[in-house]
Design a protein around this ligand. Structure first.
Ligand SMILES: *[C@@H]1O[C@H](CO)[C@@H](O)[C@H](O)[C@H]1NC(C)=O
Ligand SMILES: *[C@@H]1O[C@H](CO)[C@@H](O)[C@H](O)[C@H]1NC(C)=O
Ligand SMILES: *[C@@H]1O[C@H](CO)[C@@H](O)[C@H](O)[C@H]1NC(C)=O
Ligand SMILES: *[C@@H]1O[C@H](CO)[C@@H](O)[C@H](O)[C@H]1NC(C)=O
Ligand SMILES: *[C@@H]1O[C@H](CO)[C@@H](O)[C@H](O)[C@H]1NC(C)=O
Ligand SMILES: *[C@@H]1O[C@H](CO)[C@@H](O)[C@H](O)[C@H]1NC(C)=O
Ligand SMILES: *[C@@H]1O[C@H](CO)[C@@H](O)[C@H](O)[C@H]1NC(C)=O
Ligand SMILES: *[C@@H]1O[C@H](CO)[C@@H](O)[C@H](O)[C@H]1NC(C)=O
Ligand SMILES: CC(=O)N[C@H]1CO[C@H](CO)[C@@H](O)[C@@H]1O
Length: 664
């Protein structure tokens, strides 16, 4: 056919040239004078180096071929074969950390104004990630591990379809032709490397191969995925590169790029490629050697300042603009930093040991931020994945009655959570310390009670999804500098919910705080939190633990104790002895009655946190607890809701039930 012959001529003509030979086939060996659409931070240096991003703080840069292409050229209208090769280099100020990555893309849109930096590489955002109407195919060179995107490590190549959740990925490197052995390559080594991407429209196979700049193309691809791009790409589509940084300065460079539809991408002329800038200090000169320690110190101080500025900046933006908040997500920490912060998790920094793990005090290197570092050991990958997703979402929760979760780090079977350090420690220390005089007066306690009610209400109702705390108790309540109560450890118990097998519904929580229906069904709900909140109210008012084994083998049950006083009409005597006579009796009465209401054995008998808050604020009068309407009918009621005697003898939460049934 004359037309095909004409095209063939064009193609072979293209082969002779090394520079822009048409829309569907081109080769850039250096980008001087290249006709590219650049946006964001992307620039071309006079030497012809394409700098996608150079700097810090969530920068985005794109370089896009200005003419959109038509990929659906096969007789049946499916996507044509294509082939790409490019030479890139990644340099980072800090050789250990690069953030975040770059990608070659084929995309319906060339307008990425809604895309986020950091883990979304300037291509997508948290809303549209995964949406089929993106019509994006990309090959990512990712230098940061985003567990929420299930990245395999912080140095990988991935094939992305409509989402940065890669369809297939592999540690960066190549298979040697001679031995077949896999050789690692470090993406952010600062060395130029080459990548080949090819798609076969016939068998719909996508191959991605990489190698050091001067090495020949390895025969075995690094990634090979069969995926029908006809279901993804629509015409016309743009091709180009995108890169994005996070909080650490990382430069993403492109040195050369070639592309062809329906034939092999032309060769890039390595001899003509621009040079990458040098990394590290310049050599030679004795003066330099002498001043190195000084300049190192200056460098470290500068870095520290930059990090502090960034943290401050982040915070500021997080409060002002929701987009930033969403974009950052919680910070991911390097284990190394946390290790240094706690001097190797030394015992002298131990703040406490909780049900879920040890908590250390640490000072982050660089920012000098005081943090509490919680190390949770965990063996179940399954639970971990779900938990990380929850951490990512909960990390964005900001409320003055929640302990801010700054971020996390993940190791083999360990999850490490980083929280703001709360200088005044946990509430239980004040309640149970031995001295005669209480360090918390009633006003302070009532304040803390309302703080926690507010925090819990926020988790239950004000966040976009319901978050169940699952482990409310005095030792999980922390006091900030102003002695405001803050809820800590939210969601942690969830990890353990998922940790156990599906057959065994293991109840998670702390003895004495677990609602009866939770023992039965193993299911947490906002109303099981309300139950624990009721126990917490008694704990704070009475200054006693909910359950205590006595030497005679008889358990002391705080609820029994309070109920007995309630029946005797001597509630005020149940108060912490250190408070008796120095307290607002109306408030104390309110708290006791609310506590008993929250501890109702039947979930529907308990108030919601919204109602509890209204009672505490005095906006709504507390319903009359008239002679424990519960107690008389309790045994039959409990049979109605299916309590078996064996469950009832379970020594966890049943202070309530036994007391209510035998209370009268
Ligand atoms: C990157 O930015 C730094 C400082 O702004 C500048 O000195 C350097 O030349 C830039 N590098 C490139 C390759 O543009
Ligand atoms: C670059 O390409 C666009 C689209 O093909 C074209 O309109 C424009 O004239 C070109 N610019 C130069 C300087 O060649
Ligand atoms: C890109 O998209 C944004 C938001 O959808 C829009 O406001 C903007 O005008 C678009 N820019 C161009 C150049 O089309
Ligand atoms: C995908 O994106 C389209 C267009 O932006 C939007 O209408 C649609 O609701 C999105 N789908 C999902 C599942 O978010
Ligand atoms: C390559 O890197 C990966 C991830 O860092 C590592 O697990 C693997 O052991 C390395 N392989 C070689 C041969 O160095
Ligand atoms: C992908 O790699 C395999 C194995 O080397 C090869 O057989 C196949 O032809 C390649 N496909 C493309 C589209 O390059
Ligand atoms: C790819 O998908 C298109 C429709 O989206 C279909 O016509 C074509 O047969 C598919 N190709 C293969 C190899 O399955
Ligand atoms: C309640 O009253 C009974 C009978 O007067 C008494 O034996 C009991 O000790 C009282 N309970 C408490 C906790 O004061
Ligand atoms: C009661 C108590 O210990 N309050 C302390 C809380 O923390 C601030 C700041 O560290 C101290 O000044 C208070 O004394």
């Amino acid at each position: 056919m004359p037309m095909e012959f004409f095209l063939l001529c064009l193609l072979s003509l293209g082969n002779l040239a090394t520079f822009a030979t048409g829309d569907d086939r081109f080769a850039y060996s250096g980008f001087t004078g290249a006709n590219l659409t650049l946006d964001g931070t992307a620039t071309v240096t006079p030497e012809g180096l394409l700098v996608l991003t150079n700097g810090t703080a969530n920068l985005i840069g794109h370089a896009i071929n200005p003419t959109p292409l038509h990929f659906r050229r096969r007789p049946d209208g499916t996507v044509e074969s294509f082939s790409v090769s490019f030479v890139f280099g990644i340099q980072s100020i800090n050789p250990d950390v690069s953030v975040d990555g770059m990608a070659f893309f084929v995309s319906r849109s060339n307008n990425f104004s809604n895309a986020f930096a950091s883990q979304f590489l300037g291509l997508l955002n948290d809303q549209n990630d995964g949406n089929k109407s993106n019509h994006i195919f990309a090959v990512e060179l990712d230098t940061f591990q985003n567990t929420e995107l299930q990245d395999i490590n912080d140095n990988h190549v991935g094939i992305d379809i409509n989402s940065l959740h890669s369809k297939q990925s592999h540690s960066a490197g190549f298979y040697e032709d001679s031995s077949g052995a896999f050789k690692n390559l470090s993406l952010n080594s600062g060395e130029a490397m080459r990548v080949w991407v090819s798609y076969d429209g016939g068998d719909t196979q996508i191959n991605v191969t990489m190698a050091p700049l001067r090495a020949a193309k390895p025969a075995r691809p690094l990634l090979s995925l069969t995926y029908n791009l006809s279901a993804v790409l629509i015409d016309p589509a743009y091709i180009g590169f995108s890169s994005a940084t996070g909080p650490v300065s990382t430069r993403y460079f492109l040195l050369g790029w070639s592309f062809s539809l329906n034939s092999l991408a032309p060769d890039i002329d390595i001899a003509k490629l621009p040079k990458l800038p040098r990394v590290g200090p310049k050599p030679s000169s004795r003066i330099l050697v002498i001043i190195t320690p000084i300049s190192t110190a200056v460098f470290i101080i500068t870095m520290g300042t930059i990090i502090i500025l960034l943290v401050l900046r982040r915070r500021r933006y997080a409060e002002l603009r929701e987009d930033w908040e969403v974009e950052f997500g919680p910070h991911r920490y390097k284990y190394k930093d946390l290790y240094q912060a706690t001097e190797g998790f030394r015992n002298k920094h131990l703040l406490g040991v909780g049900g879920f793990g040890k908590v250390y005090k640490g000072v982050l290197p660089g920012s000098k931020l005081e943090v509490a570092v919680k190390v949770v050991s965990h063996d179940s990958r399954q639970g971990m994945k779900e938990f990380i997703t929850e951490v990512v979402s909960i990390g964005r929760l900001r409320h003055r009655n929640l302990v801010p979760l700054l971020g996390y780090c993940r190791r083999k079977h360990e999850l490490i959570l980083v929280y703001d350090y709360m200088p005044n420690g946990s509430l239980d220390k004040y309640l149970y310390h031995d001295g005669e005089k209480s360090t918390l007066d009633w006003a302070q306690r009532f304040q803390i009670i309302r703080d926690i009610a507010r925090g819990l209400l926020y988790l239950h109702e004000k966040w976009e999804k319901v978050v169940i705390h699952r482990d409310i108790k005095a030792s999980n309540i922390l006091l900030d500098i102003n002695m405001n109560g803050r809820l800590g450890d939210f969601g942690l118990a969830r990890l353990y919910d998922h940790g156990s097998g599906p057959q065994t519904t293991r109840v998670v929580g702390t003895i004495g705080y677990i609602a009866p229906e939770m023992v039965r069904t193993g299911k947490a709900s906002p109303l099981t939190d309300v139950f624990a909140f009721g126990m917490f109210l008694l704990e704070v008012s009475c200054g006693r633990r909910p359950f205590k084994e006595t030497s005679t083998g008889q358990g002391f049950r705080l609820v029994d104790f309070v109920l007995e006083h309630w029946h005797n009409g001597s509630l005020m005597e149940a108060l912490d002895t250190r408070l008796q006579g120095h307290c607002n009796v109306n408030e104390a009465c309110l708290v006791f009655n609310l506590a008993l209401l929250c501890l109702h054995p039947v979930p529907n008998g308990r108030p919601s946190m919204r109602q509890a808050m209204q009672y505490l604020d005095g906006d709504t009068p507390l319903p009359e607890l008239a002679p424990m309407g519960l107690s008389g009918s309790m045994p039959s009621l409990m049979q109605d809701i299916g309590f078996s005697p064996s469950v009832m003898s379970y020594p966890t939460s049943f202070g309530t039930i036994s007391s209510l049934s035998g209370g009268r």
